[in-house]
Design a protein around this ligand. Sequence first.
Ligand code: PMP
Length: 354
Amino acid sequence: MSKFLIDKYASLEAYTPGEQPRDMKYVKLNTNESPYPASKGVVESVSGEEVARLNLYPDPECKALKEKLAEYYGVGYENVFVSNGSDEILSFAFMAFCSEQTGAVFPNISYGFYKVYGDLYNVDYTQAKLKSDFTIDVNDYINVGRTVVIANPNAPTGLSISPEDIGRICESNPDNVVLIDEAYVDFGGKSCVGLIDKYDNLLVVRTYSKSRSMAGARLGFAFASKGIIDDLNRIKYSTNPYNINRLTLIAGAAAIDDCEYYKECCKKIVGTREYAKARLASLGFEYLDSDANFIFAKNSRIDGGRLYRELKKNGVLVRHFSDPLISDYVRITVGTREQMDTLFEKTEKILSEV
Ligand code: PMP
C-alpha cells in the first residue's frame, strides 16, 4: 500500500478472483466458465471489419445489442441495461441503491462480491444466515426495508428459490430494490424476468459469462423498470460511458442469433452435472442438489482445503473457500464429460491415499 491511498480504502478487503493460470496444463473447474467455445457466429462477428474499426469509440447506448436482448427476452427496450460483465451492474446497483442510510441484505454464504461492494460503498449491510441445509430462508427478506441482493441459483450452493417467493419479497419491500442475480439461471433455475412489469423494484441481473461461453468478453445485462434502468445509466454515464468495447458489443448480438447452439451447450452441461452427481455419490461425497453449472461437494474423509491442494498438484483446479462455514467443501465447475472423468480419476487416487 502506498502512502497516497486515502483512508477509507486502507482496510478494504478486495475480492479474490478464482485462479486464472496462464498455462493450459490444468483441467480448469474453478471459475464456472463454460467448457464449450463461443459459437461460430460469435467468432466470425469479431474478425475483420469490426477489428479495423477499433479506432472509433463504441456506441455508448449499445443500441443494437439492447434491441436484440429486448426482443429475445420479450421486454421493452427501455427495460434493458448492458455492462462490462455483470460485476459492473452489481457495482452500479450498489452505488445507486445502497448506502449507509439505505441498507442492504444478502445471504451470509453467497457471491463474495456483494460484501466487497458493500464495504467499498460504505453500505450498512446485513448477511442473513442460510438454513442448516444451505437453503435461503425467504422470511429473512420479507419486509426488511433494505435493498435485497440474492443470487438465484445461489453461489456457491447452486440452490434456488422460486419466482413466487421473489414476488413476495418484492411486494413486501415496495420502497427498496430487489436485485436477483441470475448468473446461473440457464442451467435449471427459474427466471423471474417475467415479473419486471409487475414489480417496479425488481432488478434482474444476467451474464454472458456462463451459459453463453463469453467470460473473456466481459458482458452482463439486466432487466428492470424504466426508472431503475435510468438510474443505472446515470451511474454509467458518470463513471464509464463506453463501458462495453466494440468487439464485445458485436459478439453479444451474434450470440443471440446462435441461441440454439448455446441451448445445446447448456443441455450437455446439465447432463454432465447429473452424471457428476452420481459419480460423486459413488466416491462417498455429499453434495447439494445444484441447479447451476457447478456442484458444491464435501467428503468426510478429506477436508475441502486439502482436496483442493491435492487436486491442484494433480493438474485439476477446483474452488475452495476458507470461510469456516463452508471450508469442508469444494465447488466444482461442471466441465466436459472428459474433464469430469479426469477429476474423478484423480480424486479416487487422492482418496485412496488419505
Ligand atoms: N454473479 C455471480 C453469482 C457470479 O458467480 C459471478 C461470476 N463470478 C458474477 C455475478 C459475475 O460474472 P461476470 O462479471 O463474469 O458477468
